[in-house]
Design a protein around this ligand. Structure first.
Ligand SMILES: Cc1ncc(COP(=O)(O)O)c(C=O)c1O
Length: 425
């Protein structure tokens, strides 16, 4: 048999140049894979991971029961195999509006403000395509959710990413100079930026920007005919008072767009379903992109979500479930903070919600080197901060979300780090 040389494919400059190398998200996903852990000679059972950016609570039994009902009923199962409308199943969009009214006191919202997609990841990419042209700059906070960076590169080639300062790496304080950050946003808007995206609560810091800061951002973007995108992936996981911006409606604030997902609150990361809330012209623009990217969102998840909301909103079941969830993650966050305070003299950001905290690496060690050495030596996995923004170039992210039912593991993980550092320093 003659052997042929491997073909030299010509691929786009997007994948060969702009997105070349491992992205921060690929790095995170790979570091947490069982195969990677085994390749390092570690037994996954002994590894304590503060790596995963996910919730680990059990999904509500009612949700499981509704999936079962649909799957065992011949007519409903058949119906779940049909395409839904490009905008998404109407019943589900109506129930999602009802969810906003009942859980977050949002008054001015209807199904016309909602479009369903495969996930908030897909919808963020498509939203960028709706709002801006390639080359237009996009603002993010420093630090921010690492996945935004490549999403912007994919959706808007040649667009500059402009960081608005949030975390001060010297004092380890968050948005301590709001006016300065707002001025930076204004400067970028004067140079053509029209988009700022902020997760509330935030990934990776678990902070919630003040209402005055968010209102300031909204006003600046509205003045420049731009958009404030609030990513609500962690909206049900606020630990103290509900942030007032959760009741902001896109009808009252037309320059506001919010991104939502079933991933975290319903523990449905793999049952992909997300939605966007926005003014109707933006929803109509998104419908055009949904059509060519996914054609139609998942009908089984939409039917189940609609039925779940129908059966749990009015009788208060969902409110109770969410209040239990907030307590679970707030307690879990506290266990991590107590363990850090007791065992390590690290700076950290006290979580106001969400799943994470961030700490500077000891002695300014580059975070990748620190994480790898730590994993090999102790079997404890933390996430290097590079990729979340320049302020995290000497920092790590610790996630307590996957350990919400395993508080002892949190304590053990932090103790292992402390023992390792005390013997190596
Ligand atoms: C801020 C933020 N937005 C979106 C997502 C992903 O959401 P989805 O599962 O809907 O793609 C994540 C996942 O970690 C996240 O942290």
């Amino acid at each position: 048999m003659t052997s042929h040389p491997p073909p030299k494919f010509m691929l786009s400059s997007l994948v060969t140049q702009d997105l070349a190398g491992l992205s921060p998200i690929q790095t995170i996903m790979k570091m947490t894979e069982e195969r990677t852990i085994r390749n390092l000679g570690l037994d996954p059972k002994n590894v304590i991971s503060f790596g995963g950016g996910w919730c680990n609570h059990n999904a509500p039994q009612k949700l499981q029961q509704i999936y079962q009902e649909i799957c065992t009923d011949k007519h409903l199962f058949h119906q779940s195999g049909r395409y839904s409308a490009i905008l998404g199943d109407h019943q589900c969009r109506t129930e999602l509006a009802h969810f906003e009214q009942t859980i977050f006191n949002m008054h001015n919202i209807t199904a016309d403000n909602i479009l369903i997609g495969q996930s908030s990841t897909q919808l963020f990419h498509d939203l960028l395509r709706v709002l801006a042209n390639p080359g237009e700059p996009v603002c993010v906070l420093d630090p921010t959710y690492a996945n935004y960076i490549n999403a912007i590169k994919c959706a808007l080639p040649r667009s500059l990413i402009q960081y608005i300062p949030a975390l001060n790496p010297l004092t380890w304080t968050y948005l301590e100079a709001e006016q300065y950050s707002l001025q930076q946003l204004e400067t970028h808007c004067k140079k053509g930026a029209r988009i700022l995206v902020i997760p509330v609560p935030d990934n990776p810091t678990s902070q919630i920007p003040s209402q005055s800061f968010l209102q300031g951002c909204y006003d600046i973007l509205a003045q420049h005919n731009g958009f404030l995108i609030l990513d609500m992936a962690y909206e049900t996981l606020y630990f103290n008072n509900m942030p007032p911006c959760f009741s902001w409606s896109p009808e009252d604030k037309p320059h506001l767009i919010t991104l939502h997902t079933n991933s975290k609150w319903l523990s449905s990361l793999g049952r992909r379903l997300g939605w966007i809330e926005a003014a109707p012209p933006i929803i109509q623009g998104l419908e055009k992109i949904n059509e060519s990217v996914i054609l139609s969102p998942d009908t089984l998840h939409s039917m189940t979500t609609a039925r779940f909301l129908q059966q749990t909103l009015e009788n208060n079941q969902l409110k109770q479930y969410l209040s239990g969830l907030r307590k679970l993650y707030k307690n879990t966050a506290q266990v991590l903070i107590n363990a850090l305070t007791k065992n390590l003299d690290w700076l950290y950001l006290p979580p106001a919600g969400g799943l994470y905290t961030c700490c500077p690496t000891p002695n300014h060690i580059p975070p990748f080197e620190f994480s790898e050495t730590l994993l090999r030596a102790t079997g404890v996995l933390v996430i290097p901060g590079n990729g979340f923004g320049p302020s995290m170039n000497h920092a790590i992210r610790l996630s307590y979300g996957p350990l919400c039912y395993h508080h002892k593991r949190i304590c053990e993980g932090i103790e292992r780090i402390a023992t390792h550092l005390s013997t190596t320093n």
